[in-house]
Design a protein around this ligand. Structure first.
Ligand code: 0PR
Length: 365
């Protein structure tokens, strides 16, 4: 540390210069995060000092977390769902697998997950010493329920399905998988970290939520399509006993037991997440999601007029294409199979799409 501190002027000129080195969202087409909603930013600022790790000190903020769980549980067809606000999909997925492992109590537990699963499952399996069994995908990048069933044995503690895959935006056949899990009495976790805030607002979305009796838990992230501030994830659980299998004693806190992974936890981004839900409502989110889908369609049509074909027609707003050179300053990403990937987040608006298409047109010709 410095012996003598900086003046606030020096300090902020240093900090803002660093911020200036960051890339501009106007050209970021690769991210599953977006510019936070103005009400999320305002709410976040109001709740800076709150710590949900000691909720007895912040009962008002804690009740906002409860409201967040209730709102998202209701959105996913289980108003009585329990759960808590995590730091994002990674923590939700780790905790879901931890729950499944606790409940099953197997000596050599394994989990069955699709090849398309986010790398957070690899982390979860490493931490929890779980054998990870991956199921290959069909030609539409979805996991087949029969193929998943073949990998399940008496040591399987969890089956995982993805509702909105990171790379291709596909939804696994969640209803079929839920049926398999129900028949075999296996914990079934749905990773809807991305798709959870998209699918409920689409007209013809595949089933993926708690309306399917076999679904045990769902990860859904306000800091992705929920337009909240980072970090804001949510883990929703059907059965309170399952969640309570994660309980540890927290003797000197205002609550005597806790099931969260983090200790100190931000209330600010929880307030941010609630703010967006309350401000936009179902109507607002329908418009936001419809806008993203419309922009993705325009992008896809535009690319195809240049002969750049889509890799697949996605279920949510993740567009993928046959590879093509992309000029700077555009930031895109590439799937493991080498497809060009563009996530049509709210900041990738109609204007951005037109500018991108114009640049691609000039370079591709
Ligand atoms: N599950 C799914 C389906 C995901 O897509 C992601 C992240 C996670 C879980 C993990 O969520 P957290 O990152 O919140 O723990 N998907 C993006 C990815 O890894 C996250 C991301 C966001 C990446 C913004 C880049 C970026 O700029 O690709």
């Amino acid at each position: 540390m410095r012996e003598k501190g900086l003046s606030s002027e020096q300090l902020f000129s240093f900090l803002l210069a660093k911020k200036g080195e960051d890339l501009d969202h106007a050209h970021i087409l690769s991210s599953m995060c977006t510019i936070p909603h103005p009400v999320a930013i305002r709410a976040h600022m109001e709740f800076m000092e709150t710590n949900l790790g000691d909720p007895g000190l912040f009962p008002g903020t804690a009740s906002l977390e409860k409201l967040l769980i209730e709102r998202l549980g209701t959105l996913l067809h289980l108003p009585t769902a329990c759960g808590y606000a995590t730091t994002g999909g990674t923590e939700s997925n780790i905790q879901a697998l931890r729950m499944a492992r606790q409940i099953a109590g197997k000596e050599r537990p394994n989990v069955v997950i699709p090849e398309s699963a986010h790398f957070s499952f690899k982390k979860a399996c490493d931490i929890l010493s779980l054998e990870m069994r991956t199921v290959s995908l069909d030609n539409e990048y979805r996991m087949n329920a029969r193929a998943a069933e073949e990998k399940i044995d008496r040591n399987t503690c969890c089956l995982v399905g993805i509702a909105g895959t990171t790379e291709y935006g596909m939804v696994d056949p969640i209803a079929d998988l839920a049926g398999v899990a129900k028949d075999l009495d296996i914990f079934f976790h749905v990773d809807a970290a991305f798709g959870g805030m998209v699918l409920p607002f689409l007209d013809h979305a595949p089933a993926f939520n708690f309306s399917l009796p076999g679904v045990s838990s769902i990860a859904i992230d306000p800091h992705k399509m929920g337009m909240s501030t980072i970090p804001a994830g949510v883990l929703l659980v059907r059965d309170r006993d399952a969640l309570c299998s994660l309980m540890v004693d927290t003797p000197y806190l205002s609550i005597k037991q806790g099931y969260t992974l983090s200790g100190t936890r931000p209330g600010a981004s929880v307030a941010g997440a609630v703010a967006v839900l309350e401000y936009e409502g179902i109507e607002g989110f329908r418009d936001i999601v419809a806008g993203c889908m419309k922009n993705m369609k325009r992008l896809t049509d535009g690319m195809e007029t240049y002969g750049i074909e889509r890799a697949i027609t996605p279920d949510v707003n993740v567009a993928t294409f046959t590879p093509v050179k992309v000029p700077p300053p555009w930031i895109v990403s590439w799937t493991r199979k080498g497809h060009l990937r563009i996530v049509c987040m709210p900041h990738v608006n109609a204007d951005v799409v037109e500018k991108f298409l114009k640049d691609i047109g000039e370079h591709h010709a």
